[in-house]
Design a protein around this ligand. Structure first.
Ligand SMILES: *Cc1c(COP(=O)(O)O)cnc(C)c1O
Length: 223
């Protein structure tokens, strides 16, 4: 059962924030009925992290839903979501970016992407470091990728109760965002997203300048 009261509470909080913060309701593993309950209240942005599950949900659900892909995406699966995905949060290799461009072009679309940065202490989490992101954007082949649009960065903080560490990691992502903006995207309005913050740390993320939070268990219950 989705917690619709929590949804309203968080939406109000995010809408009233200056600048406003986008809520991506993370619906992975949750049934269509639960997602529809939120949709009927007017929430239309959902995040999934499995290609096959996302495809199935896309096919069965109203077409004005904005689907975000939030997890680790394998290059060979991009083709399945390229026709409809609104934003890919976790771009973590140049190879993946090239494949997204290729599949977007096949579908006559431009796909918005976030570059994932590794900010956590855990080694298991995917992502670039700052120097690697610079390498991607300076790569001679990057210019040719006309069917992808980099709209910002994404990161996941360490899973810890040490809020000063989490804050430090979010601050680092924000600083990288600012560095990229001034180096590569000056005056480009579309480069504006910092996707950070989940159920356990979204308030810290917003304080640190998040523009997009990805919240699952707080809205849908545990998985
Ligand atoms: C599952 C997931 C979330 C949501 O996590 P919760 O703790 O349930 O809010 C956010 N981001 C990514 C990348 C995820 O895989």
């Amino acid at each position: 059962m989705p917690n619709l009261q929590k949804l309203q509470e968080i939406k109000t909080q995010l809408d009233n924030h200056q600048p406003p913060v986008t809520l991506v309701a993370v619906s992975k593993t949750k049934p269509i009925e639960a997602i529809l309950e939120m949709y009927e209240l007017g929430h239309k942005t959902f995040g999934e992290n499995r290609v096959q599950e996302l495809e199935e949900k896309y096919e069965k659900m109203p077409k004005d839903i904005e689907w975000h892909f939030i997890g680790h995406l394998q290059s060979n699966k991009v083709k399945y979501i390229a026709p409809f995905v609104q934003l890919i949060h976790g771009v973590d290799s140049f190879k993946l970016l090239k494949e997204i461009h290729k599949q977007a072009a096949k579908n006559n679309r431009t796909i918005d992407c976030l570059l994932q940065m590794h900010i956590a202490e855990e080694s298991s989490k995917f992502g670039f470091d700052e120097a690697e992101i610079f390498d991607v954007l300076e790569n001679a082949d990057f210019e040719a990728l006309q069917n992808v649009r980099i709209v910002g960065v994404m990161g996941m903080a360490t899973y810890t109760s040490d809020s000063s560490q989490v804050k430090r990691e979010f601050d680092q992502l924000r600083a990288t965002f600012e560095a990229l903006k001034s180096r590569f995207f000056e005056g480009q309005e579309h480069f504006k997203e910092i996707s950070m913050g989940m159920s356990g740390d979204y308030e810290l993320a917003i304080e640190a300048g998040s523009t997009m939070v990805r919240i699952g268990s707080l809205l849908f219950g545990g998985r």
